[in-house]
Design a protein around this ligand. Sequence first.
Ligand code: ATP
Length: 303
Amino acid sequence: LAQLYVPLSSLGVTYREIKQGLIDLEKMYQILNSQPEVTDHPSAFPLQCQGGEVHFRQVDFSYQRGDRKILHGVEFTIPAGHTVAVVGHSGAGKSTLAKLLFRFYDVESGQILIDGQDIRSVTQASLRQAIAIVPQDTVLFNDTIAHNIAYAKVGASQLEIETAARSAHIHQFIVSLPQAYETMVGERGLKLSGGEKQRIAIARALLKNPEILIFDEATSSLDSRAEQAIQLELDYLVQKKTTLIIAHRLSTVIHAHQILVMDQGRIVERGTHAELLARGESYAALWFAQQNGRYAERDVVAT
Ligand code: ATP
């Protein structure tokens, strides 16, 4: 019986590994195939990015045809290299804008254009090459930190990975770990905090070096030091990139070239922080409510 123990127990380990591997694959599959109905048009051509101007032209959208409309006539432009931030209460439709720009779904009517090209007419591969998303909740694969960063760019060198990690202010943390860049993370490895995971996501985005960046700010509250650090990284990250920030904290939108205030799928106000404060309407109300800390974060800010 003892002779059987070792092979059986290693079989157990192998079984668990295979099972975990299948779970990882399943997750990956879900991510990659979240919207299989969005397909390349037979005559799709590669997106020609020249700076990455984004234009939403009179966009209407519902998740299921005939269902409740989530976006109504949304119209805005992000000039190449500019930053636009979207704020509004929870459910206003902010994240939906990001999902449409990445073409997880197609618009019901209207158009989304990048440098004048309708995103439905270009190949999905070229579209997704031009855009990086720093999501609210970063998925880490059961792999090393190095591979988790490099996942954005197949064949990235160690130097490129480290440069991206330095810029995302996560390099010092990584090299303080006993196995540094070879440390396993994910469900079976080292658990990282929300802020650390977000920095890994920022490093991924920097390594990918796309023209367009979508930053879907984490809803979970960060302490003010962590928030300041993320803000610095964000300021660095958005330099010269066309950026859409889905904002949940107003402090991160002050420097945006334009702020869009959404309410029930419509843009109800737009302008710079100073212009919107001077106007004294919805944005000003959100801002002063947040400053006074009168409401829970999710009610106030933007989400
Ligand atoms: P939050 O700040 O809470 O993240 P949000 O402003 O980003 O909210 P969205 O996530 O864009 O809002 O959601 C807008 C509306 O669309 C909500 O009413 C939501 O319930 C609905 N919705 C979001 N995703 C789906 C989906 N996959 N299927 C159906 N309805 C959805």
